[in-house]
Structures are given as C-alpha cells and as structure tokens.
Design a binder for this molecule. Sequence first.
Ligand code: PMP
Length: 338
Amino acid sequence: MTQIPIREHALDLIGNTPLVLLEGPSAEAGCDIYGKCEFANPGASVKDRAALYIIRDAEARGELKPGGCVVEGTAGNTGIGIALVANALGYRTIIVMPDNQSKEKMDTLRALGAELVTVPPTKFADSNHFVHTSRRLAEETEGAVWANQFDNTANRKAHIEGTAKEIWEQTGGKVDGFTCAAGTGGTIAGVGMGLKELDENVVIALTDPHGAALYSYYASGELKAEGSSVAEGIGQGRITGNLEGAPIDTQFRISDEEGLDWVARLLREEGLCLGLSSGINVAGAVALGKQLVAEGRESPKVVTILCDTGFRYLSSLYNAEWLEAKGLPVFDWLKASD
Ligand code: PMP
C-alpha cells in the first residue's frame, strides 16, 4: 500500500493535486483527457499555488516582514489563497475585488478574515480598476506589499516548478498536449514553460473564452476581443508579465454554452462539481485531443486544469434564475417542475 505522507504544515497541502481521467471528454475526443484537480487545494482553487509563491517571494526579497500585510486585486480565488497563506504566516490581507464577482467568493473572503474592498467593474485603463486600486492601497498601507499577480512572475514559477512537474510525473512523462484558459496567464505560461523544458513536443494550446483578446493575439498578433463571457477568473485583454514568452502553439475559442455543457456533464455523469472556467478548459482539451488525433499522434494524452469548485457558484452557475437572466441554458435538473 502506498502511504500518503503526513504533511508537516498546512501550507504543504497546497499543490500535489490528483490527476483524474475524464471519461466523457475522452470518449468525445477519441483519446485520454485528464483533469488536474486544482479544486482539491485548501482554498479550493488553482490560485493557492500562486498565492504561496508570491508571498514566499516577497519574504525572500525582504519586502514582506513579520506582521506585514498583503494587498491584492483579484476576481476572488487569488484573494482566498492569499488570505489562507497570510493567516498561516501571520500577515494581514486586504483584497480588492470587482463587485460583479460571485457572492460566495466575497462571503468566503470575509469569513477568512480578509479586509474586502469592492469596486465597480471597469476597463483596465480606468484608474479605479481593481488592479490599480489594489496597487494604490498597498502603497498607502504601512508594511504592505502588493502581490501583483498579473505581472509578478512568481505566479507562473509556481506552475513551472509545481504543476508542470507534477503533470509530468503523474503521466509518467507521456503527455502530448496541455491547454487551459488565462486570467493572469500564470497557469498556461508556467505549465507550458515547465512542460516544454521536459519535452519540446508537448503541444501547448490556449483556450480562450469569448470577450478575451488572447485568441486573436496568438492567431494573428492582434489583441482583439469579441463577444462576452460570464466565466469568472479568465478572459485577458493584454499580455501580462506572466504571459510574456509563453510557448503557445495553438489556440481555441470556446463559448459559455459549450463550457456550461461540460460543467453539466461532468457533474451529472462523473460527479465533479466545477466552475465555468473548468468547463471551458475541458471543451478546449477535447478540441486539442481531436486535433492531435487528426494529426496522427498515437493515443495522445491531453491534460487540462479543473480550476475551482462549483460550490463557489451556487447562486450563479447553479441557479436557474441567474442563468435565465444571463440568457444561458438552464441545467435540466434545476428547472422548476410544475
Ligand atoms: N479559473 C479560475 C476560476 C480562476 O479564478 C483563475 C484565476 N484568475 C483562472 C481560471 C486562471 O488562472 P491564471 O490566473 O493562472 O491564468
């Protein structure tokens, strides 16, 4: 029997997440599609990894001192990761979040003891955008550091040294393709760089939601957004510091409807309750799997990220009224029976 080791500290629970074979997506693609279970991190999302690396990096550079404070602008998951790590290490947390993000994420941040500041959602160019607001707050707060997850490459380092290596070991070095969407771009860039270092033949694909500008950037060199998406935590309009030099070979654009269809199927057929970015990632992985099969790769294995738990979206994605209000299809089992 392989023994699961005792962890010496709660922070050691971050990372080393399981990889699960996804049956429906594999059947659809005609090859093995695996999901990296990032919802299994203590903060229930992929962002715990970046939070830990960013905080450890600030300590190592001498910027974050005992009793200090970490300030960040986030769609929520990074804030949750930072709040947990900061609690474990004795720091204060201030989180700035656009007020259109899920209520569950805001409630969670308050419950964890973070000081929450909400701002109206605006364009990045506006000075009161959540990212700029968080930078200003960090400058104004004694003993504070700004996590700056979008441009701080400690974020992608978490995936170069962690996620990519884990995927390599878990697949026994047999991985043909990797894809996920980008928020900060830390995951796609870090896993992409880490896997390419181990095997340059791994195909790295960006899966972009509608309303983001990266699909067109990697396809034609032009940052151009089309349409919109309700997916939280993904959909980037610029080349962040983390995305600079990301080894992207190909790209897919996935609609919310397609992502939601996978969210529904993964829940009802495989018992995985996930957020929409995971559904969009799985749709991208199916597209990549089909492409690799069509190109003649033998029994390709494709890996994607299951970014966060669906429990974070009970009042949105898993709520019939919310879905209707957004003009999105309502899951069959949520429809009121009369
Ligand atoms: N999915 C969710 C739910 C997220 O919160 C994030 C982080 N913003 C991502 C995906 C994207 O991760 P990254 O920032 O590494 O691009």
